[in-house]
Design a protein around this ligand. Structure first.
Ligand code: HEC
Length: 149
C-alpha cells in the first residue's frame, strides 16, 4: 500500500469510529426534543400492526409518515388518555366527541366495528406515542378542547 492510500484508509476508519460513537451516544441518550417511539409493550407492538392494517396513515401522520386529512398523531399519548382514546375509537360518531376541525369530508371514521382486543392493542400503541418530556406524566382524562358532555 502506498503512503497516501494508508492515510485515506486511516481517515475512513476514524470517520467510521466517530459515526459509531455518535450513534451509540444518541441511542443511549436521545436529544430531549425527540419523541419516544420505543414500543413499550408487546401490546403496543401489536397495536402498531392494527394501525397499519386499518390504514390510519391514509389520514394521519406519525413521524411525518402518512396522509394530511387527519391530524398528526405524534405525542397523542401525552395529549389524550387511554380512556379517551378507547371511547373515541369505539363511539359510533367520533364527531360528537371531537368536532372535526377539518373540512366536512375529512372526518374521523367510526371504528366501533373493531374487535375489542384489537382496539385495546391500538389504544396501547397510541398511548405509547408520548412526547419525551411527558414520558411519565399521565395524560388528562378529559382533554380541554372539543370535549362535550
Ligand atoms: C378518512 C380519514 C381518517 C382515517 C382513515 C382515520 N382518521 Fe383519525 N381523524 C381524522 C380526522 C379528520 C380527525 C379530526 C382531526 C381534527 O379535527 O383536528 C381525526 C382525529 C383522530 C384522533 C384525535 C386526534 C386528537 O388530536 O385528539 C385520533 C386519536 C385518531 N384520529 C386516530 C385514528 C386512528 C387510530 C385511525 C385508524 C384506526 C384513524 N384515526 C383513521 C381522519 C381520519
Amino acid at each position: 500500500m502506498k503512503r497516501g492510500e494508508k492515510a485515506v484508509w486511516g481517515l475512513a476508519g476514524l470517520i467510521t469510529l466517530a459515526a459509531l460513537y455518535a450513534g451509540v451516544v444518541v441511542y443511549k441518550a436521545p436529544p430531549k426534543l425527540m419523541p419516544t417511539y420505543q414500543l413499550e409493550s408487546p401490546q403496543a407492538a401489536r397495536g402498531e400492526l392494527v394501525y397499519r392494517k386499518q390504514s390510519c396513515s391514509a389520514c394521519h401522520r406519525i413521524w411525518n409518515l402518512g396522509g394530511h386529512k387527519g391530524g398528526v398523531l405524534d405525542g397523542i399519548g401525552s395529549r389524550r388518555s387511554v380512556a379517551w382514546l378507547d371511547r373515541y375509537l369505539s363511539t359510533d360518531n367520533p364527531q360528537e366527541m371531537l368536532p372535526s376541525s377539518r373540512k366536512e369530508f375529512y372526518q374521523m371514521p367510526s371504528f366501533a366495528a373493531l374487535p375489542d382486543d384489537k382496539r385495546a392493542d391500538l389504544v396501547a400503541y397510541l398511548s405509547s406515542l408520548k412526547t419525551r418530556q411527558d414520558d411519565t406524566a399521565q395524560a388528562p382524562d378529559e382533554a380541554a378542547s372539543g370535549e362535550h358532555s
